[in-house]
Design a protein around this ligand. Structure first.
Ligand SMILES: Nc1ncnc2c1ncn2[C@@H]1O[C@H](COP(=O)(O)OP(=O)(O)OP(=O)(O)O)[C@@H](O)[C@H]1O
Ligand SMILES: [Mg+2]
Length: 1026
């Protein structure tokens, strides 16, 4: 039984149920409600508005049935149930009188069965109805619009019959009765089955192996795949104050019904930096599906790569996209396609690398016909918006820069892919090196080289470390530090493998490099051209035009493009986009054809202009000799900003002093190399200063603060690659801010190293805010060099554990300026309590410590309290959302009894009961400094509050006491009121419980009117009445 109230209480679940399936599911529920006469024809017409979001319609349906009373609500629930059951059973055996005297009425009361019977024959029935004059050509065309599925066409035909009094209803009733009852859904049909099996085979073959540099080694994805940190992105501001850090999710969560930004959208977006593992994640999804291990709710999975799609020049339809660019049905193309259109909810389309799609997302051009061809970008954008194959799931991966607010409108759920955790790196290396000892040695190397360890959070670096393990383990000292070091190491590895075996132990000496210089320059020129043209896949003709020969290819940087249509000649692509950038930077540094002045375009990150030159560019061929100078500048201007930034960082790294000798040996003119270096230095310093100049002046009364603009981190990273102290020093000379904010900026350990390299030269200390990033323990370690230049460090939501914090404190003890630490929402436990206590005891100028939402228990609080006893400077202490309990509260209270400086203490949500409250009350009696005590969300009862009230009577410093969300009744409230009568310091008491107001409110009002309340204060009366 379902009352209207119960129905209303379940409303959000019901909306979820109604929109979780396809439109087909929703419409079959309408069929049932129509046939049971729950919905009138008028109701029904209001619910089938084409183009309305499904959630909109679902809510309208709930309102409609609600208005019909309990009966209507019960019927809706029955219809949902029945629709679910009947979707399991393919055919409803309807039984109706074909010669009924009320055909329109019967059509309606047998509607579910008639739709089921009609839908696979609707084309033939339409032809017949047209031929016999029951419908006009126009009506027929309207029903046949390509946006409708077969069952939608069947329904539209029935709808037409309801309003047309020309015998169409009688015709249908008779004719449909004669249609064969198909015993199974058409996907049982041979053509569909064959297609499904072919698609699985193709996808399995494409996803089984990870592409490797020389093709000599086949890495099975299954053997190597390591879980990557995937987090759902929630809207900023939606999270409440106690919002926990996003949990790491499994792949299966990609399609989970939770965390939707837009429940009407079909597209799931996975965002991650270059090399964070987006393509590999999709490959794993494909493999799990193709081998039947997961995602079996999809009958069809169609993988696409944006870099390849953008090469499709001629117009294409959904049909050509699926069949010609993914898998061709050998038989029954039309049937298979119709089945796909009819069951979009069983289809998954994946589009990898949206950042490599040269067209920017727009929703200007609407295209709804799955059979009409259009441009590839219009097709993709309409698929993502759901104008095509509505209800088919789409997964799109992209680097962050290519995701616009425009695109986000059509995103159902957005995930951040953050790379390997520390355990992940270790696991990955063990999977790669099963031979004894190698993985152990590599892991040890990483643990002792934190710069390299920091890089490995990006899977592509872990892969490089694994690839170059021999070189790394052979090296005595001087492990790679910067990204450029790492890429030079892999270059050495490739060159070594391509040359004679006896050179195996040799490093990347000038001779090794010089020998293959022409090859590297040709590859570099191709890479640069590709970046400028947004071309990441190269045809045989393009390779020929760039004079890249098979010998060059054998070096291993170019590999066969993934996911190529079977039968076509496989184009080549760079092993990874970062290699394309690295080789382009190599070319820019070493080619004699590159004028030094053109390098400045690398650091400008300007969008392509509409200069005559950039319009001309597509016509310039790769090696167009007379335009070389302008070609380089134009190519750089047209390169995607993110790729440009990566290339700029490599260029800075290659031009660093560290690698000068290596490159000088290959360079005809050393002067030219010096000129390029000077140019890069000048550009970097200038760009940074430009950035600093754009910071708005401070708001009067507030500290001057700077929120990092896009590009700032990359400038800093480029400076780091150059490894030049003086340059870093000069660069920050112009930075005059007190608060540097880099929240939600994707700061990982590598960025921390770069920030520290530069910020440690600051003359005036800053508050460095790095909330909501992926700093982690290794990142904390990387930040240590700049700790001395920080007066405050905010690290909320950064996956930091005790290990990281202990290291941080070890350093903080010697940093005179550092006075505030905020570590809300990390992974801290009692294990860090000794360090934190030491910080409090030893640093007598320390002001604020916020440890909220960690895992500190009574044990940790007791240790910390010891530190607090010896401290005389702390003003703010935050423990919100830990588990200190009564014992912890007791320890802290005792330590605070005669504390002279603490003004604010938060113990919100810490399982504190009466015993803890009693201790805090005793503290209040003696303490003369505390101004605000936050005790919301605990287990305080009247007894505890009575103790606090007693404490308040003798206290003369506390101004705010927060007690909301405890178990206090009017007894506790009365005690508080009495205490307030004899306390004239307190300004606010927050409570939220309901009392009998009759005798309470008047006295409360008399208290509030007697208090000098400021307008910002929330008085007791307001709070307790909510
Ligand atoms: N989950 C994983 N398990 C094992 N190896 C991985 C994983 N993810 C990535 N890798 C390794 O890292 C390399 C780079 O990853 P991938 O190409 O998936 O990054 P990406 O995010 O798609 O980068 P881009 O933005 O440049 O396309 C892969 O070739 C693979 O060797
Ligand atoms: Mg990729």
């Amino acid at each position: 039984m379902c009352s209207q109230e119960a129905f209303q209480a379940q409303r959000s679940q019901l909306v979820g149920l109604l929109v979780s399936g396809s439109l087909e599911g929703f419409e079959s529920i309408l069929d049932l409600l129509l046939s049971w006469e729950v919905l009138s024809w008028e109701d029904y017409e209001g619910l089938r508005l084409v183009g309305q979001p499904l959630s909109h319609l679902a809510r309208r349906l709930l309102d409609t049935v609600w208005n019909k009373g309990t009966w209507g609500c019960q019927k809706l629930i029955a219809a949902v149930q029945e629709a679910q059951d009947s979707s399991q059973c393919p055919e409803l055996h309807g039984c109706w009188d074909p010669h009924s005297l009320h055909p329109a009425q019967d059509l309606q009361s047998h509607r579910p069965a008639i739709v089921r019977r009609l839908y696979s024959h609707v084309e033939g029935v339409l032809d017949l109805a047209l031929e016999q004059g029951f419908i006009s050509q126009y009506e027929c065309d309207e029903i046949r619009l390509p946006i409708f599925t077969s069952s939608q066409r069947a329904r539209r035909l029935l709808d037409l019959a309801t309003v047309k009094a020309n015998g169409l209803a009688a015709f249908l009733l008779q004719h449909v009765q004669k249609l064969p009852v198909s015993l199974s859904l058409p996907f049982e049909a041979a053509a569909c089955k064959k297609y499904m099996s072919k698609l699985r085979t193709i996808v399995a073959a494409q996803s089984r192996f990870l592409s490797t540099y020389d093709g000599a080694e086949n890495l099975c994805l299954e053997d190597i795949y390591t879980e990557n940190t995937l987090e759902v992105r929630t809207e900023v501001g939606m999270a409440g104050p106690l919002h926990k850090s996003p949990a790491a999710l499994g792949l299966e969560e990609l399609f989970s019904p939770n965390g939707h930004l837009n429940e009407d959208a079909d597209t799931v977006l996975v965002v991650g930096e270059a090399g964070s593992g987006k393509s590999t994640l999709l490959q794993q999804v494909h493999l799990l599906w193709a081998t039947g291990q997961d995602f079996q709710e999809f009958l069809f999975v169609f993988p696409f790569s944006c870099r390849q799609l953008q090469c499709v020049a001629r117009p294409l339809s959904v049909m050509t996209l699926l069949f010609e660019h993914c898998c061709w049905p050998d038989v029954g193309q039309q049937d298979v396609f119709q089945f796909l259109l009819d069951h979009p909810d069983r289809i998954l389309l994946t589009f990898d690398g949206f950042d490599e799609f040269k067209f920017k997302f727009t929703d200007h051009e609407r295209h709804c016909s799955p059979t009409d061809p259009t441009s590839v970008q219009t097709l993709l954008f309409n698929l993502l918006q759901g104008n095509l194959l509505k209800n088919a799931r789409k997964v799109l991966t992209s680097r962050p820069d290519a995701v616009s607010a425009f695109l986000r409108k059509y995103v159902r759920t957005e995930f951040n892919l953050k790379g390997f955790s520390e355990e992940g790196i270790e696991l990955y290396l063990r999977k790669c090196h099963r031979e004894p000892g190698v993985a152990d040695r590599l892991i040890h190397l990483l643990q002792t080289t934190s710069a390299l360890h920091g890089l490995c959070h990006l899977p592509v670096f872990s892969w490089m470390v694994s690839k170059c393990h021999q070189e790394l383990l052979l090296q005595d000292g001087g492990s790679p530090k910067t990204t450029t070091d790492m890429y030079l190491l892999i270059l050495q590895h490739f060159l070594r493998h391509a040359s004679l075996p006896d050179s195996a132990s040799q490093g990347l000496g000038p001779s090794l490099l010089q020998g293959r210089l022409p090859t590297l320059l040709r590859l570099g020129q191709l890479a640069l051209w590709g970046l400028g043209m947004c071309c990441y896949v190269f045809s045989a003709q393009q390779l020929q035009a760039a004079q890249v020969d098979p010998d060059d290819i054998s070096l291993g940087f170019l590999v066969q493009a993934q996911g190529v249509v079977p039968g076509s000649t496989a184009p080549l692509e760079f092993l990874h986009i970062t290699f394309q950038c690295f080789l382009a930077a190599f070319y820019l540094v070493l080619s004699t054809d590159v004028p030094t002045a053109s390098l400045r375009y690398l650091f400008n990150c300007r969008r392509p202009g509409s200069s005559p030159l950039s319009r001309l560019l597509p016509r310039l061929c790769v090696q167009g000799s007379e335009h070389k100078e302008s070609t380089v500048a134009a190519l750089l201007q047209k390169t995607e900003p993110h790729n440009l930034q990566i290339t700029a960082a490599f260029l800075a790294g290659l031009l660093s002093r560290e690698h000068r000798d290596l490159l000088a040996a290959c360079q005809a003119s050393e002067r030219s190399l010096l000129r390029r270096r000077a140019c890069a230095r000048w550009c970097l310093a200038r760009s940074l200063h430009k950035h600093f100049r754009s910071i708005p002046p401070a708001v009067p009364g507030e500290a001057k603060s700077m929120h990092a603009m896009p590009g700032f981190l990359w400038l800093i990273r480029s400076l780091y690659e150059m490894q030049e102290e003086r340059l870093a020093q000069e660069a920050v000379r112009g930075l005059n801010v007190e608060h540097l904010k880099l929240t939600f900026c994707g700061v990982g350990p590598a960025e921390c190293a770069a920030l520290a390299f530069v910020l440690r030269h600051l003359r005036r200390p800053v508050a460095l805010q790095l909330d909501h990033n992926s700093v982690g323990d290794i990142g904390v370690e990387q930040l240590l060099p700049c700790l001395g230049a920080c007066k405050a460090l905010y690290l909320r939501d950064n996956n930091i554990s005790d290990r990281g914090i202990c290291k941080l404190i070890e350093h903080a003890l010697h940093c005179e300026q550092l006075q505030k630490l905020a570590l809300f929402n990390n992974k801290l436990t009692d294990g860090c309590a000794h360090s934190v206590a030491q910080l409090l005891a030893c640093k007598q100028n320390f002001l604020a410590l916020r440890l909220g939402n960690n895992h500190i228990t009574a044990e940790g609080a007791q240790v910390l309290a010891e530190g607090l006893r010896d401290n005389s400077s702390l003003q703010f202490l935050g423990f919100w959302g830990n588990k200190v309990g009564d014992k912890g509260a007791q320890a802290l209270a005792e330590a605070l009894s005669d504390h002279q400086s603490l003004k604010w203490l938060s113990l919100v949500g810490n399982n504190i009961g009466s015993v803890g409250a009693q201790a805090l009350a005793s503290m209040l009696e003696k303490n003369v400094a505390l101004e605000e005590l936050c005790l919301e969300e605990n287990h305080l009862q009247d007894a505890g509050v009575c103790s606090l009230a007693e404490g308040l009577k003798r206290n003369s410093s506390l101004k705010v006491l927060k007690l909301s969300n405890n178990c206090i009744t009017f007894v506790g409230a009365e005690a508080l009121l009495q205490a307030l009568a004899s306390n004239d310091t307190i300004l606010e008491v927050w409570k939220r419980e309901e009392y009998s107001r009759s005798n309470f409110l008047p006295r409360l009002n008399s208290w509030t009117s007697a208090q000098p309340l400021s307008p910002l204060v929330l008085p007791l009366s307001l709070d307790c009445c909510t």
